[in-house]
Write a protein that binds this ligand. Structure first.
Ligand SMILES: NC(=O)c1ccc[n+]([C@@H]2O[C@H](COP(=O)([O-])OP(=O)(O)OC[C@H]3O[C@@H](n4cnc5c(N)ncnc54)[C@H](OP(=O)(O)O)[C@@H]3O)[C@@H](O)[C@H]2O)c1
Length: 314
């Protein structure tokens, strides 16, 4: 099969589109024929070696977390899926494997593909959508009427978070730059702060949830913007913030929480339902064929992506 592999960590030119062996599955696994994938910043962070303490030095490594496609084979223990089923899902960034014509997964990694999306649109959702959902619902315990702030509301995670927060009946303020104001309003944001003109720290407002998808704020500074039991959720915690998150979990007041997105079939089902009920729609900025993955990574690395970048495989 064709796949994108790296044989060492480095710049985008370490990405190789080439022939590799098709994965074999065990009894508790499923083989998915991948029709589309998408790029997440963690893909190029793994490629650059930022996570090498965890990802190790075993090469070649196939990158990619998100996929949508058709089941090509199921292991003997799999009861709830069959060959031909249309699915979408994610593998963890530490595992990778989605930038390929076939990916080997477990049932926790997948759900039925939303009926109203094509494969490319469906592949744009899993990692970003799960990050937003697990942050707001599991960590933030979001409720109707909550005042929610989303920093980076125009990115992959932020664009899902705005729509998911609105689906809970929250009042959403998004932070983005001037060129993304219209886009963010169309996602459903009630208020927008243009970070190129205004510093959020100078606002005299409080939020029940401050979801920092950019992770360029710090809890000690943000605290004054939180309600009495407000929660600050960050996608990239520093080591100090780890300690703070443990300390604040023991207190009754304002909390700092860090998200580490996990594949979860129940959460994917939840996203599928939101999508089929027209509460969540993936925003695709640019689409590339898998063999052009280097350009896709370079674009993601600019930090200026509006919504998602997809990779077409079939
Ligand atoms: N811990 C986890 O489990 C987890 C999961 C998913 C993602 N993440 C991390 O979370 C971060 C966001 O992921 P993503 O997929 O959303 O990235 P992304 O799609 O690449 O984010 C790009 C967006 O960020 C916006 N942005 C850049 N600087 C900003 C600023 N100072 N203020 C407000 N918005 C700003 C950009 O808008 P402008 O062009 O308008 O600036 C752009 O729309 C990444 O670092 C990623 O690695 C962590």
């Amino acid at each position: 099969m064709k796949a994108v592999v790296i044989n060492r960590y480095g710049a985008a030119d370490v990405l190789e589109y080439r022939e590799v062996e098709k994965p074999a599955i065990n009894d508790d696994e499923i083989l998915v024929e991948v029709y589309a994938s998408s790029v997440n910043p963690v893909d190029w962070k793994v490629r650059q070696g930022h996570l090498k303490v965890i990802t190790g030095r075993k090469f070649p490594r196939i990158l990619g977390c998100d996929f949508a496609g058709r089941i090509a084979d199921v292991g003997g223990d799999i009861k709830n899926y069959k060959t031909g089923d249309e699915v979408f899902g994610m593998v963890s960034a530490l595992q990778g494997g989605a930038y390929a014509e076939y990916v080997r997964v477990r049932p926790k990694n997948i759900s039925a593909k939303p009926k109203n999306l094509n494969f490319e649109q469906a592949a744009a959702v899993p990692l970003a959508g799960l990050t937003a959902l697990q942050s707001l619902r599991r960590l933030g315990k979001i409720k109707q009427g909550n005042r929610v702030l989303i920093n980076g509301c125009s990115g992959g995670v932020g664009s899902c978070a705005v729509q998911i927060a609105k689906s809970f009946g929250a009042q959403v303020t998004g932070i983005c730059s001037a060129k993304n104001i219209e886009f963010s309003k169309n996602l459903g944001a009630d208020n927008i702060i243009d970070y190129t003109r205004e510093n959020i720290l100078e606002r005299n407002e409080t939020y029940d949830i401050f979801f920092d998808a950019v992770a360029n704020q710090s809890f000690p500074q943000i605290k004054k913007l939180l309600t009495k039991h407000g929660i600050y959720i960050t996608t990239l915690p520093s080591s100090i913030e780890f300690i703070m998150s443990m300390l604040t979990s023991l207190s009754r007041g304002k909390k700092l929480k860090a998200i580490f997105v996990k594949p979860d079939a129940g959460d994917l089902d939840y996203l599928k339902n939101l999508i089929e009920n027209n509460k969540l729609h993936p925003a695709i900025d640019k689409s590339f064929v898998l063999s052009d993955v280097r350009q896709a990574h370079l674009y993601s690395e600019t930090g200026r992506v509006r919504g998602k970048i997809t990779l077409r495989i079939k």
